[in-house]
Unconditional design. Structure first.
Length: 256
């Protein structure tokens, strides 16, 4: 297992692998043939950024059996998804901000994120794993009351694309078996979500294959796999919110 991350140090942005408290600085392309520079930094000396810069973030809806059962929704025959605006992307330890244009409920959604490592167009399910670079933690923040505000048009993209609403990190982990992973979300010290990825309707390889039939997936693109039971509201004046996936780490942020 390897942890890849992006960081800022001395006003410069770099990337590398993280082992314990040490960052091994690399050069080149994280998704190409990165090379070690021989330089190391202490993790405490850098500011971790979002671990890649996607061309797009795809977010799944109704992709867990337990949640589908609870909300009495049929399991979809194909992935249901939306795109989150690139302006929404946010890294670890950053502030999720309430939009000035919205005063309603803002909810967290802890999720697994797939990070694409190789350009994918019309790839088969059998071949899809070669196009997955690794996995990350997601907080798919949503201004939930906007979705159905207008009865003539469901506002999914607006509800999920405010600045700071597309949170992911802290790293991209490679060499993981996603079916063995569990997503845990903690709000102000209280565990709110704890669910297995094995309950996902469309598992990662299937997702990448089907989505690549619709659009070309580029290196660094992120697929938010959808959430399960335990979604809830973050309230003012301040909330500490974290999403933990063993093997990847903990994505921590503050909402205010």
């Amino acid at each position: 297992m390897t942890h890849w991350g992006r960081f800022e140090h001395a006003s410069l942005v770099g990337f590398g692998t993280i082992e314990g408290t040490t960052v091994y600085v690399h050069e080149g392309d994280m998704f190409g043939k990165p090379k070690k520079t021989g330089k190391t930094l202490k993790l405490a000396e850098v500011r971790l950024l979002m671990p890649c810069v996607p061309t797009k973030m795809i977010a799944l809806w109704n992709n867990f059996r337990a949640l589908a059962k609870k909300i009495e929704m049929p399991e979809p025959p194909e992935p249901l998804y939306l795109l989150k605006g690139n302006n929404s992307f946010l890294g670890p330890n950053e502030v999720i901000r309430r939009p000035k244009a919205y005063a309603g409920k803002v909810v967290y959604e802890g999720e697994l994120g797939i990070v694409i490592g190789k350009k994918a167009t019309n790839v088969s399910e059998a071949d899809a794993a070669r196009h997955i670079f690794g996995y990350t933690c997601i907080n798919d923040v949503t201004a939930v009351e906007l979705i159905s505000k207008d009865k003539t048009f469901a506002q999914w993209v607006r509800a999920k694309s405010f600045d700071t609403f597309g949170v992911f990190g802290p790293v991209i982990a490679t060499g993981l078996d996603p079916k063995k992973l569990t997503v845990k979300t903690v709000l102000n010290g209280d565990e709110r979500q704890n669910y297995p990825i094995s309950d996902m309707i469309f598992q990662p390889a299937k997702l990448v294959s089907l989505l690549s039939d619709d659009m070309t997936l580029m290196p660094g693109d992120v697929i938010c796999c959808g959430t399960s039971l335990g979604v809830g509201t973050m309230k003012e004046p301040k909330n500490d919110i974290s999403v933990t996936i063993e093997g990847i780490g903990t994505l921590s942020n503050v909402f205010q």
